[in-house]
Design a protein around this ligand. Structure first.
Ligand code: FA5
Length: 344
């Protein structure tokens, strides 16, 4: 009997070596460990053996059974493992190689500059507000002292949605100044807000002009606000963005909705004021229009100009970004060239 068990064991181990898949392994299990296997049969027939022999044969049969069971488990593990690794090996995949990087997006340089500008004004206590890109003639022009046929309309070459409908005509806003009216209609002084947003003009493009660009409007209205407050605010804004070395120039300019009006220019960072393409060889880049809110504008929104005064400004975001990064052509921002955009 012991001889017979030895043969069964040897044969089972030999056959297990040749098992190559789960199906063959199951057949092997049924043959050597199943209910009808010769090993189970040997264990069943123990009762017929004399006591002495029964003890030895029983112990040996159980030993063989445990051995075969542990070999079965080991083979199962091996087959599962090779199921994972063999396709990798045959397809030549090197699992130790670093993974392919997932491309990540980034903010557009104009969005980055816009965020920086808003952050500087927020730190000075300005609240951020937003308004519509599609605007009424009334807010874009009329309420800002620019009635129909006023020559100042030529300054803002307009993209009309329904031209010729008077104050009820809709247009793509040519500047963010309509937000001054919208905000003062609903809020009373003290007011300190900035309104960032896109503006549109029917203009030929060149190195410093786009037909769509971004402005950040600023408005402060309170008792005894003076031009000195406007100057201080814009000087501090330039210092925060460009440091001490850039110079700021205020020159008289005309906007019907402010009195006096000023043009704010910054000494060119690309050429340090010597003259280049960025500054049109003048050494200065015009970055904002500004001034003291016109008394008629205040009256129109029921704010008494005898009691209150205010300043307003409109900063050109692309111009600031060009100065910050030494970019000599505004059209690069909106040409969707990834080689350019990836640098920011
Ligand atoms: C205005 O739009 C006035 N609303 C600004 C203002 C606000 C004046 C409040 C007084 C009080 P202007 O047309 O100059 O002004 O435009 C403002 C800024 O936008 C300019 O200083 C310039 O930096 C930028 N800008 C003007 N036109 C273009 C353009 N075509 N492309 C890119 N940036 C421009």
């Amino acid at each position: 009997m012991l001889e017979q068990l030895k043969d069964i064991h040897r044969q089972a181990v030999e056959e297990l070596d040749g098992v190559a898949d789960a199906k063959a392994l199951e057949l092997w299990r049924v043959r050597y460990l199943g209910k009808k296997s010769s090993l189970t049969g040997a264990l069943r027939s123990l009762a017929a053996l004399p006591l002495e022999e029964r003890r030895d044969v029983g112990a040996r049969a159980n030993e063989i059974k445990r051995d075969l069971e542990s070999r079965l488990e080991e083979k199962e593990r091996f087959l599962q493992q090779s199921l994972l690794t063999s396709p990798l090996a045959s397809q030549g995949i090197d699992v130790t190689l670093p993974g392919r990087p997932i491309p990540t997006g980034r903010l557009h340089p104009i969005t980055q500059t816009l965020n920086e500008i808003c952050c500087v004004f927020r730190n000075m206590g300005f609240q951020t507000i937003e308004g519509p890109d599609v605007e009424w003639d009334y807010y874009n022009f009329e309420a800002l002292n620019i009635p129909q046929h006023h020559p100042a309309r030529d300054r803002f070459a307009t993209l009309w949605i329904d031209a010729g409908a008077g104050a009820k005509a809709r247009l793509l806003r040519t500047h963010t100044s309509p937000m001054q009216i919208r905000w003062m209609e609903r809020e009373r002084p003290p007011i300190r807000v900035i309104a960032p947003g896109r503006v549109y003009r029917y203009e030929a493009t060149d190195a410093t002009h786009e037909s769509m660009f971004c402005n950040v409007e600023g408005l402060a209205v309170d008792r005894s606000i003076t031009l000195a407050d406007l100057k201080g605010t814009l000087f501090e804004f330039c210092r925060c963005l460009f440091g001490e070395e850039r110079q700021v120039r205020f020159r008289c300019d005309y906007f019907p909705f402010v009195e006096p009006g000023v043009e704010v220019a910054i000494s060119c960072a690309a050429c340090d004021g010597a003259g280049c393409r960025v500054c049109g060889y003048s050494g200065w880049v015009e970055t904002a229009g500004a001034g003291m809110v016109h008394p008629d504008v205040l009256r129109r929104v029921d704010i008494d100009p005898q009691t209150y005064s205010g300043f307003a400004f409109g900063v050109g975001v692309e111009r600031i970004s060009m100065l910050r990064h030494g970019i000599d052509d505004i059209r690069l921002f909106y040409s969707n060239d990834l080689r350019f955009l990836r640098q920011f």
